[in-house]
Design a protein around this ligand. Structure first.
Ligand code: PLP
Length: 396
């Protein structure tokens, strides 16, 4: 048999999806599952977005421009201006989800063997995108004890080598729920300017910010025009994960011109989904106010219930809809499988994401899980109760 590429062999399985066969078996065995493993919100997609697709009068479902439809990009600029981000439609390339924006960013600013510094734990697919691009992830560890705050800036400086090309942050963070302060962004801005690096910020959870905090984007920071690249998406903002629309934003014209070449190679982002995404921009602020209120209640419920369990450590998220919990166990991979295969209360069990896959440092995060609070409060309470009872009987 012809051999598989080294890259292909190194490509990690998604820690979020790899337990799916175990979950399918559990369902076949008659169990029902509370899915805490995946960031698929149960919030309704705005009706305006769905209606725009239903009412679209299209004879030929054609390609769009590689950089995305101009009217859509112009409307995205208006959206950004409400968030104090001043860009023109020429600073934006529409992509097939934030995922493609990340791939294009990696491809445009890094060569094989270049290094990217990322505070870990981080969104697990950053590992996959790095391997696909031949890039080395250099992690800087943020700790549950510090609520996953930005590690001291000296820790970043220690890791910078001639191969370092970029720093990547996720703000607010998946899987930590951490929200970077303006001061933290300014520290990062100073370091990327000092060492002439790119600062890539994944801001797909921009709206999901709690407790009267405000989101400070790297695009708001003066003097970062040549360094800042923002990755964005409609997936979580409008509960439109299946639309597969995102975008990459940068004031650096060379970056945009390069990204556009990658975009041309894949021809165009999805046409129907751009129609939905453009209409979604009409969504009133009240939609987000309601969604944020709902997530705050869910977060509070989840954290309060988790804190009642002996031996659990949990960092209170300030944004997004995930939290990392440290459990009194040795290996959360085994525990997560065991929950699906061997444990239930009245036929119900839970599916969680083992957190080791959110780290690139081997052996770190083995006793942690990521919980997505994308379920209603009542379900979260029942799910945490299952976790509590499971921990009483589980043997590593
Ligand atoms: C932090 C983060 N970035 C990017 C993505 C990619 O999302 P999409 O490709 O659906 O826009 C996700 C999806 O969960 C995410 O959590």
């Amino acid at each position: 048999m012809p051999s598989i590429s080294k890259k292909g062999q190194l490509m990690p399985q998604s820690p979020i999806r790899k337990l799916v066969p175990f979950a399918e078996q559990a369902v076949k065995d008659g169990k029902s599952i509370y899915y805490l493993n995946i960031g698929q919100p149960d919030i309704k997609t705005p009706k305006t977005a769905i209606d725009a697709v239903k009412n679209s009068d299209i004879d030929v479902l054609a390609y769009s421009r590689s950089e995305g439809s101009e009217t859509y990009r112009q409307k995205i600029c208006k959206y950004y201006s409400k968030h104090y981000i001043n860009v023109t439609h020429n600073d934006i390339v529409v992509t097939t989800g934030g995922s493609e924006a990340l791939l294009f960013a990696f491809g445009s600013v890094m060569d094989v063997d270049d290094e990217i510094i990322i505070p870990e734990p981080f969104y697990a697919n950053y590992n996959g995108f790095s391997i696909a691009s031949g890039v080395k992830v250099v992690p800087v560890i943020s700790k549950i004890e510090d609520n996953f705050a930005l590690p001291p800036i000296e820790e970043f400086e220690k890791l910078i080598t001639p191969k370092t090309k970029a720093i990547l942050i996720c703000n607010p963070g998946n899987p930590t729920g951490y929200l970077y302060s303006k001061e933290e962004i300014q520290k990062l801005a100073a370091i990327v300017k000092k060492y002439d690096l790119f600062l890539i910020s994944d801001e797909v959870y921009r709206e999901f910010v709690y407790d009267n905090h405000t989101h400070y984007s790297i695009m708001q920071e003066n003097g970062l025009e040549n360094h800042a690249i923002v990755v964005d998406s409609v997936s979580k903002r409008y509960s439109m994960c299946g639309a597969r629309v995102g975008c990459l934003v940068s004031k650096n014209k060379t970056v945009i011109d390069t990204v556009l070449k990658f975009a041309q190679a894949r021809l165009s982002p999805p046409t129907l989904a751009q129609i939905a995404s453009e209409a979604a921009l009409e969504t009133p602020q009240s939609y987000f106010d309601d969604v944020v209120k709902e997530y705050v209640e869910r977060r509070n419920t989840l954290v309060t219930e988790l804190q009642k369990i002996e031996g659990i450590k949990v960092a209170k998220p300030k944004g997004a809809f995930y939290c990392i919990a440290e459990l009194p166990i040795k290996n959360s991979d085994n525990f997560a499988k065991w929950l699906l295969e061997n444990f239930d209360i009245d036929g119900k069990t839970i599916m969680v994401a083992p957190a080791a896959g959110f780290y690139s440092t081997p052996g770190v995060g083995l006793n942690q899980i990521r919980i997505a609070y994308v379920l209603k409060k009542e379900s979260l309470i029942k799910a945490v109760n299952i976790l509590k009872e499971a921990l009483k009987v589980y043997k590593d």
